[in-house]
Design a protein around this ligand. Structure first.
Ligand SMILES: *Cc1c(COP(=O)(O)O)cnc(C)c1O
Length: 484
């Protein structure tokens, strides 16, 4: 063993190799040097813990292996992904992709200084959300608006500003959990407001709210059950009735509508998504929603409603802790502007583009892609197939969206292995495993990405060589390839 240790080349010796000298032209010297040290550290512990002597590769081969390992380690973990899961608002994949206009605005504002809190006309200090607020008022008919980090933040801040130390009445049928870390009762507790649950899981009547109102009641809250439906023996109180009761009793009516659809999703067969303008028209004092769900913008929480409520909300100390930066505001304003032209909104907001793509178009693309994918060495068969998918991202789980997929059968490996290798590839591709096939669902793939799918699958040719990129003594790894 000690012999093997002694035969490991020195850092300096390795740095003289062609492979690492070449790498230093692209990566900084310090990154390469510390990468070599880390790799050799791993190698020494592998040698020491091995039962038998390990056969060291030649110095040249070792250097090449280290170069590949450093390249592998240097890849950013946050990368762009081709979403072939079919789930349009995949929280794991960052929900809505941004419109080109939003990207342009974001980049421009990112690169330079910006008039974030300066009114360029008067030179006076201004509110950072002034420009977005005007758009939100125009689009929803609200008196005022505020924007914070996300809808969880919007809920926390609203309750803290309007109901701390007092009670907020919510139906037991509407105590939602979204994606594990958001649970309305917990957010409410963190805000300092007290949850007063009324009704039962399946039925809450107006009389239940009425009976719960007391001196301590600050607000009645309505929550959209975004990610579940109650069916069967059920009854809930319509928002109009809830608002009327709240106002008769001089309390606030708060409506968490979740997705924040500014568009009619009924035309895609997705019914029942509340729109902020409708909720305000019902008389809700404050309406809460996400910016990166059906609205198709950046992650943020949007609060619209009565001027007095919004003023109290933005003055609360938590507002500063939850405020959004110039990048979010630039992207949100650019996204909202697109909604002012109904003729082009489907073409310009990527989420709407994907949703409005015809089934015929998806079928055509699936039929065109299938033979190209079938010709790839890693694939035994590729078949176009019609299927159904969902919006996802905590939205409408029961409403099916028609789609077309290409079903891939792997040539030499399990379907899970194929899925994992595509996920680790360049570009990363995420599909949906269904029984013995990997489905590439075109509902969530932009037409401009079709050929990327083919390249990503082609790049899988050599599946033996990819493994163990991080093992010092294991089989050599392929360098990361850029198929774009
Ligand atoms: C998604 C959702 C939330 C949480 O929104 P985030 O923007 O993810 O924080 C809260 N309430 C409802 C009803 C939702 O649908």
């Amino acid at each position: 063993m000690s012999n093997v240790l002694r035969n490991i080349p020195s850092v300096n010796e390795l740095l003289e190799s062609a492979a690492l000298r070449k790498l230093m032209e692209r990566a900084s010297r310090s990154v390469v040097v510390s990468g070599v040290r880390d790799f050799l550290g791993n190698l020494r512990s592998e040698v020491q813990s091995a039962a038998a002597d390990i056969k060291l590769p030649t110095a040249t081969e070792l250097a090449e292996r280290i170069a590949r390992w450093i390249q592998h380690e240097e890849q950013p973990t946050l990368r762009s992904v081709v979403n072939a899961t079919g789930i349009l608002l995949h929280t794991g994949l960052g929900r809505a992709p941004l419109a080109e206009d939003a990207v342009t605005a974001l980049v421009e504002i990112a690169r330079d200084y910006a008039s974030l809190e300066v009114d360029l006309t008067t030179g006076q200090r201004s509110q950072r959300i002034a420009a977005v607020e005007r758009l939100l008022i125009q689009l929803t008919g609200a008196e005022a608006a505020a924007v914070v980090n996300n809808n969880a933040g919007a809920t926390l801040l609203t309750l803290a500003a309007l109901a701390t130390g007092r009670e907020v009445i919510v139906s037991r049928g509407q105590l939602v959990e979204i994606g594990g870390s958001y649970r309305l009762p917990e957010v409410m507790q963190a805000s300092g407001a007290r949850l007063r649950e009324v009704g039962t899981t399946n039925k809450t009547r107006l009389a239940d709210y009425q009976a719960a109102i007391c001196d301590d009641t600050a607000a009645l809250m309505h929550v959209h059950t975004s990610n579940y439906v109650l069916e069967g023996f059920v009854e809930s109180t319509p928002l109009t009735d809830l608002v009327a009761l709240a106002h008769r009793e001089h309390r606030l009516a708060i409506d968490d509508i979740g997705s924040g659809a500014l568009w009619d999703f009924g035309r895609y067969g997705i019914g029942g998504e509340p729109r902020p303008q409708d909720s305000l028209a019902c008389g809700a004092d404050v309406v809460l929603m996400s910016g990166d769900k059906l609205l198709g913008g950046p992650q943020c929480g949007i609060i619209v409603g009565q001027r007095a409520c919004i003023d109290a909300i933005v003055r609360h100390p938590l507002a500063r802790a939850l405020r959004v930066d110039k990048l979010t505001l630039a992207a949100l304003a650019a996204t909202l502007r697109l909604y002012r032209d109904p003729d082009t909104v489907e073409e310009k907001i990527p989420l709407l583009t994907l949703l409005s793509t015809s089934v015929d178009n998806l079928q055509l693309r699936a039929e065109r892609l299938a033979p190209q994918l079938a010709a790839c060495p890693a694939i035994a068969a590729a078949t176009p197939r019609s299927d159904t998918t969902y919006l996802g991202g905590g939205s409408v789980p029961t409403q099916q969206i028609p789609t077309w997929c290409v079903a891939l059968t792997p040539a030499h490996e399990s379907v899970d292995s194929l899925a994992a290798r595509l996920r680790r590839g360049h570009p990363a591709v995420m599909g949906r495993v269904h029984r013995e096939t990997l489905l590439l669902d075109l509902r969530s793939v932009f037409a401009r990405q079709d050929q990327l799918l083919v390249k990503a699958v082609q790049a899988l040719a050599n599946h033996e060589t990819e493994k163990a990129a991080t093992s010092a003594t294991g089989p050599p790894a392929d360098p990361p390839q850029d198929a774009s």
